[in-house]
Design a binder for this molecule. Structure first.
Ligand code: ZN
Length: 183
């Protein structure tokens, strides 16, 4: 689970990532008063390591005896959460409820589906190393130039669609967060 912690002067100083009470590897990234930008590498089911970037908005609430408390806004439902979890199947941090919903309906959200479509096309180009959804792998040995050109076009299309969904999600999330913090 992922939890934010505060540093001197009530600023967001960083976050901890633990599993079963033990810290898990290193999570790099940047932190501001509004959000934590995470960068981490995941290896799922013996597959290729995957570089993940995730922006997690932060929410501050005043405490009864002064100071403020720091929370995450879950990227899935924009509710205030002390901790977020990484699902075994997914590569995104969400609250327990969001993961529960996803499991019950076995429905991946639009972004995950779009990302999976990108990976499917990327795989045809046998990429070496990262499956970062922004990557356009070079022409594999033995593939005709015309074939490569066609697959690359297809890849650009699904990458573009994924970008659109990503931006839509982020805009919707920021809007919800704005309403939330004004309350
Ligand atoms: Zn949630």
């Amino acid at each position: 689970m992922l939890a934010p912690y505060m540093g001197e002067g009530g600023r967001a100083a960083g976050w901890t990532w633990s599993r079963g009470g033990k810290p898990v590897g290193n999570v790099g990234g940047a932190v501001s008063r509004e959000a934590v930008l995470l960068r981490y590498t995941l290896t799922r089911g013996g597959g290729e390591p995957e570089d993940v970037q995730d922006a997690l908005p932060l929410v501050w609430t005043p405490c009864t005896f002064g100071g403020s408390r720091l929370w995450f806004a879950c990227p899935g439902c924009a509710t205030r959460r002390g901790v977020l979890y990484l699902s075994p199947a997914g590569s995104r941090f969400r609250c327990r409820e969001c993961h529960g919903l996803a499991y019950r309906s076995t429905r991946m959200d639009a972004l995950e589906r779009a990302t999976e479509r990108v990976r499917t096309v990327q795989r045809r180009l046998k990429p070496v190393g990262s499956y970062d959804p922004f990557v356009v792998p070079p022409q594999p040995k033995g593939m005709r130039a015309t074939t490569y050109e066609r697959v690359r076009e297809e890849l650009r299309e699904v990458q573009f669609r994924r970008d659109e969904i990503y931006v839509e999600n982020l805009a919707a999330l920021m809007k919800r967060l704005e309403r939330f913090t004004k309350r």
